[in-house]
Design a protein around this ligand. Structure first.
Ligand code: ADP
Length: 587
């Protein structure tokens, strides 16, 4: 039973009980009054009869015998107790008391009904009789001779009917109460059904079940409310969908960003940490909802965010990470506010500038290296030219020697400038590579044949081996330069009597060229750097052999430009192996 139903039923119960009580008391009083009136009137008539009987007999103690006999007769005729009382209150006759006991009776002058009759009125009194021990109605009327006749009637019949009436009233009241309560309960249950249903649906909506609907048409008075609940649920569902959609969108954007994004609230608890940021710091577990230091474990980042939280400006700072991989991050952090609050949290965007820093370093090195590389031949040319100019007495042979040095260095300068120009063209993507089907084996064989005299001069044995169809999708001029540079290096860095092998193979996707030599080899620590510009293992040797240190850089650019890859394996004193791959030509 619901609370309101309980209240309604209790109110009705009190109402029914109240009405039954008031009505019962009124009915009992009315009945009692009417009955008493009726009995009193009949007593008055019987008193008049007794008075008639006593007429002529003086009300004096000496006439006690005659008066008692009259009282007995009148009592028998009236069917009630009849008492004859002298004007002074002495009892002179009583139908219920034997004559000889009359003198023992109390004087009756103080009885209320007798007192009224003695003063000339009809007196009436209802009280318990000490003599008979029951409720009695007394009625006394004055007599002409000066005495009083009093009649008494037992009221137990009246009390019985009143008790009967009370019992019936109680029974009727109880029945009315039960029927009333049942009806009230049934009606209220029916009346409150739509309310209950609405309450159920409202709490279902509050619990997040927005699709719950009122199952039946509710009564007219409540249809507006039901309609409002439906509209509210629909609105709520739409808002929720919108919010979810927006959240999903934001999440997708954050997750697809190359920058790391981190947001913390005013207490430093992580609100947002996208996957890029989690990768940077190799966080374990979900960082959301945890304090920054515990989730990210970077005191440096924590300090940057704290500074940003205390500042109005954007805080920018670089930080280095050692683990999980060496990285340089540039952090931009600023505090943000939402609503009326001045500081809701701090947001940081972390850019990975490792590559940028590396490129910057390479650029700096390049400028230094290029200047140095150009400086050396220029210094030689200047020095020898000055000597030639200043000393007039030079032998023809010295003069010729000096001029040769100048020519050699000028050649070097021109080679360096040529290679630099080539590299810069490649890097700026100005040179377009025309990719066509090239038979790599044929190209390699032609080149080896053309360079035959050089191999012979260095006493090197060379062999080209190709397996199956080795047609690659490549730019013939670029591929020729790649092979030429690699063969050139093999010749330069292999001692006389050594061997050079070109092995060409192909699989479904690419053509692979391996150029092996039995030369001096490259130390392990230099392997990763030989493709850098100006990087040379042995500067003096390279220079003496006319190298610029740019050959492998050009090779790498060209191979990559044609969609391939190149790597080097080498063992010091045993030989080196440069292996590159190119995409196969479509059949
Ligand atoms: P360089 O003009 O000096 O040959 P490269 O860029 O072609 O410049 O090569 C860079 C360096 O790599 C060389 O100076 C040399 O130390 C090393 N190198 C290249 N090819 C070989 C090889 N086949 N054997 C040994 N060392 C090599």
């Amino acid at each position: 039973m619901s609370k309101s139903q309980l209240k309604l039923t209790a109110a009705l119960a009190i109402l029914i009980a109240g009405v039954v009580c008031v009505w019962g008391v009124a009915a009992e009083r009315g009945l009692r009054r009417a009955e008493l009136e009726r009995i009193a009137r009949s007593l008055e008539a019987r008193a008049a009869l007794a008075g008639e009987l006593a007429r002529g007999t003086p009300f004096v103690p000496s006439a006690r015998g005659a008066l008692d006999a009259i009282a007995d007769r009148a009592g028998a005729a009236a069917g009630t107790r009849v008492t004859l009382i002298a004007p002074d209150g002495a009892v002179l006759g009583d139908s219920d008391v034997p004559l000889e006991r009359l003198p023992d009776l109390d004087n009756h002058a103080d009885r209320p009904e007798v007192r009224a009759a003695l003063s000339g009125r009809v007196g009436r009194s209802t009280r318990r009789s000490e003599t008979v021990g029951r409720a009695l109605l007394y009625l006394a009327t004055p007599l002409e001779g000066g005495g009083v006749v009093r009649l008494a009637v037992d009221l137990s019949d009246l009390e019985a009917s009143v008790a009967q009436l009370r019992r019936e009233l109680v029974a009727a009241g109880a029945l009315a109460l039960v029927v009333g309560l049942v009806l009230c309960f049934a009606f209220s249950w029916l009346a409150l059904r739509p309310m209950r249903e609405m309450r159920r649906v409202a709490s279902a909506i509050a619990g997040g079940h927005l699709d719950d609907r009122l199952p039946f048409a509710v009564s007219h008075e409540l249809s507006d409310v039901a309609q409002s609940i439906r509209r509210m649920a629909e609105q709520l569902r739409l808002r929720l969908e919108e919010a979810t959609h927006e959240k999903e969108q934001l999440r997708a954007v954050l997750e697809s960003m190359v920058e790391g994004v981190l947001a913390v609230d005013a207490k430093g608890v992580v609100l947002i940490a996208n996957s890029r940021l989690r990768d940077f710091f190799a966080t374990s577990g979900d960082p959301l909802g945890r304090p920054l230091l515990e989730a990210i474990r970077s005191a440096e980042l924590d300090a940057i965010l704290r500074r940003a939280a205390d500042s109005d400006a954007i805080v920018s700072q670089e930080m280095k990470l050692e683990r999980p991989s060496a990285r340089t991050l540039r952090v931009h952090a600023t505090r943000f506010a939402s609503g009326a609050r001045a500081h809701t949290g701090t947001v940081a965007v972390l850019h990975d500038v490792t590559e940028l820093m590396h490129l910057e370093e390479v650029r700096r090195d390049f400028v230094a290296n290029a200047s140095h590389e150009l400086q050396t031949p220029l210094a030689a040319i200047r020095g020898f030219a000055e000597t030639l100019l200043s000393s007039g007495s030079l032998s023809e042979e010295d003069r010729r020697q000096y001029l040769e040095v100048i020519e050699r260095n000028a050649c070097r300068l021109s080679n360096i400038v040529r290679d630099l120009l080539e590299l810069s063209t490649l890097e700026s993507h100005k040179q377009r590579l025309d990719l066509v089907a090239v038979d790599v084996a044929k190209l390699a064989e032609d080149l080896v044949r053309d360079a035959g005299p050089r191999f012979a001069e260095h006493r090197l044995r060379v062999q080209v081996r190709a397996e199956g169809d080795v047609t690659a999708q490549a730019d013939p001029r670029a591929l020729e330069q790649v092979l030429t540079n690699l063969l050139d290096n093999a010749i330069k860095y292999t001692e006389p009597g050594g061997e050079i092998g070109v092995e060409i193979t192909a699989d479904a996707r690419c053509v692979r060229v391996a150029l092996r030599d039995s030369g001096i080899g490259i130390p392990q620590q230099d392997l990763g750097r030989v493709f850098e510009r100006f990087y040379r293992v042995d500067k003096a040797r390279s220079r003496a052999l006319g190298g610029t240190g740019l050959g492998l850089s050009i090779v790498k650019h060209l191979v990559q430009g044609m969609g391939g890859e190149i790597r080097v394996e080498s063992e010091l004193g045993v030989g080196s192996s440069f292996v590159f791959s190119l995409p196969r030509a479509p059949r």
